[in-house]
Design a protein. Structure first.
Length: 579
């Protein structure tokens, strides 16, 4: 590892770590993330980790202060109201958004913020909801509101960044839009005004794709607002732009002073680990005026009469849209997370995580089996000269020396045994998953008919992967994390030259290892025995020869032990329960 470390620091010395912080990254990891000792955590795109110092600060804060319900006029309620107001300012500052133009609304998470926009947006039968293919399910779900009110939904595929930088060049549209048969809504406000072109349209894209790590150009905000969609899409009226920044905020939050999006959503546990279940919708004040809210909860009305149809809603944006009591103790906790970001600085976090991701990508590209075939297929832009539009996320699949796929579940299970934590599947991003894996609509329907659904263990169907493996780096990730992961790939999946020759010879022997043990290898080595494991998590036994099938050694790990309630017993589960 020493040679690799020297090579890494020769290239990334100025980018790795936090030279202006009180502790360097290795000291911070050793003192504030002691629970990671022996583990490699590479799922920061799923949730980054909270530091022990952060939790200590939260506990000290909550144990020394009295925070009451912010709707109360008591001293404790007023203290909470002040903390919430300060938190709103801190979030707006993070996005470089002025209070004159924007308001921060606290939500149950990024998904809650997206649902709020979809539910309250004034859809009509002349509206259009347009979104990029690479979007999280929580963004795709908005189309259900749009379609139910007669609007059309259109998925667009942006292939090249340079192609869409010029407003004069058209978007690359998919072949068809999505429309749902719909009966006209009888409410007057839905019907009025459409004929004059006063419809409202919404365009949604992620600041960073949570599948591939590709960063979308934020210029899309200004391009969409200045683009004429009447000719290509026959969509009239005003366009509003939504940015899903849940993933991108961890390293590069959108600058709303330069790219004035109408709606931006974020989730705080993606940024600094704690608290969970809290997000924010940063809404442009002018855009908030078009949102049509029906339900009212506690704290959102100035007056209401119980037994007649009368309600007077509050006027301030945060009071109007935040139903009930907000999660005020969680809101009070986010300042301790922002303190970490302020201490390390976002540019340094971005450089640090990018250095680790770039190093790992370059190493993965070079891994080859003994017969010369590449081990790793990386998704996204992976040219040798690393582009600046990739985040600290690497998504990939692994190939065997014969060209077949290692299933992503197999990779995940082996990683777990090596104390490496990563993510597999489609990451709730079906558009990006299908695009990068080359899955057509026919492939997807065929997989569904075969019984494949999200979260199951069917990782390869009809010769194609159904998902991928994803690793992602966070602000506390270290060079050792990257290097241990590379060691895991090499020792677990790389087929060395001599072993490849043995298997190639054996596969030509009608599926038997009978003669393989006498096969002379390079350097005079001989294959003496093979250990097989017919029952998962049970001991293996050695044999001198064994038949081969397409999936590998015949009967290898084909049986499982079940407990009294039908649950699958594994060595890891039983051992952890015993501990």
């Amino acid at each position: 590892m020493e040679g690799a470390r020297d090579d890494f620091f020769r290239r990334f010395r100025d980018d790795y770590g936090y030279p202006n912080a009180p502790k360097n990254v290795d000291e911070m990891r050793a003192t504030e993330f002691k629970r990671l000792k022996g583990s490699v955590y590479l799922d920061h795109a799923g949730a980054t980790l909270y530091s022990e110092a952060q939790l200590e600060a939260v506990f000290k804060d909550l144990s020394m202060n009295v925070y009451g319900n912010p709707h109360s006029q008591s001293d404790s309620g007023q203290t909470t109201s002040s903390i919430i107001s300060e938190a709103r300012q801190q979030v707006l500052k993070f996005f470089n958004a002025s209070t004159r133009d924007y308001t921060c609304l606290f939500t149950s998470g990024a998904t809650g913020a997206l649902k709020l926009v979809g539910e309250f947006f004034p859809w009509t039968n002349e509206s259009c909801y347009m979104y990029t293919m690479e979007n999280h399910n929580s963004v795709l779900g908005i189309k259900e509101y749009a379609l139910d009110l007669g609007a059309k939904a259109v998925a667009v595929d942006i292939e090249e960044v340079e192609h869409i930088r010029s407003p004069k060049k058209p978007f690359h549209f998919l072949k068809r839009s999505i429309q749902r048969r719909h009966e006209a809504n009888t409410r007057g406000e839905i019907q009025n005004g459409n004929g004059s072109g006063n419809a409202y349209n919404l365009f949604a894209f992620p600041s960073e794709c949570n599948f591939s790590g590709m960063k979308f150009p934020l210029e899309l905000v200004n391009i969409v607002k200045g683009y004429d969609f009447q000719g290509s899409l026959q969509c009239r009226g005003s366009w509003f732009v939504l940015i899903d920044a849940a993933k991108g905020c961890a390293t590069e939050p959108p600058d709303l002073s330069r790219y004035p999006a109408d709606f931006v959503v974020c989730s705080f546990y993606k940024m600094f680990g704690f608290p969970t279940g809290l997000g924010a919708l940063i809404v442009r004040n002018e855009a908030a005026k078009i949102l049509k809210k029906k339900y009212f909860g506690g704290g959102t009305v100035s007056a209401a009469i119980a037994d007649i149809d009368f309600v007077m809603r509050r006027e301030s944006i945060e009071q109007l849209f935040e139903d009930g009591t907000v999660s005020f103790l969680d809101i009070a906790s986010i300042r301790h997370g922002f303190n970490i970001i302020d201490r390390l600085t976002m540019p340094s976090i971005a450089r640090h995580t990018d250095s680790l991701a770039t190093y790992t990508r370059n190493k993965m590209r070079k891994l080859r089996h003994g017969n010369g075939l590449k081990l790793c297929l990386l998704y996204g832009q992976t040219v040798e000269k690393e582009p600046c539009n990739l985040g600290p996320t690497i998504t990939f699949n692994l190939k065997r020396s014969n060209g077949s796929w290692f299933g992503y579940r197999e990779v995940e299970k082996l990683a777990s045994l090596s104390c490496i934590q990563l993510r597999t599947g489609c990451f709730c991003n079906p558009g990006a998953c299908a695009k990068f894996l080359g899955l057509s609509h026919l492939d997807l329907h065929s997989n569904i008919e075969a019984g494949h659904v999200c979260w199951d263990d069917t990782d390869v169907l009809h010769g194609k992967p159904t998902g991928a493996v994803r690793i992602s780096f966070g602000y506390m990730s270290t060079f050792e994390d990257a290097e241990k992961f590379m060691t895991f790939l090499i020792t677990s999946f790389m087929m060395k030259t001599s072993l490849w020759k043995v298997l190639s010879f054996s596969e030509s022997m009608a599926g038997s290892f009978t003669d393989a043990r006498w096969r002379q290898l390079e350097g005079g080595a001989h294959l003496k025995s093979i250990t097989i494991y017919p029952v998962k998590s049970c001991a293996g036994f050695s044999v001198s020869d064994w038949p081969l099938v397409n999936s590998g050694l015949k009967y290898d790990r084909e049986w499982l032990l079940r407990g009294p309630n039908g649950e699958i017993l594994t060595q890891k589960k039983v051992f952890c329960a015993w501990l």
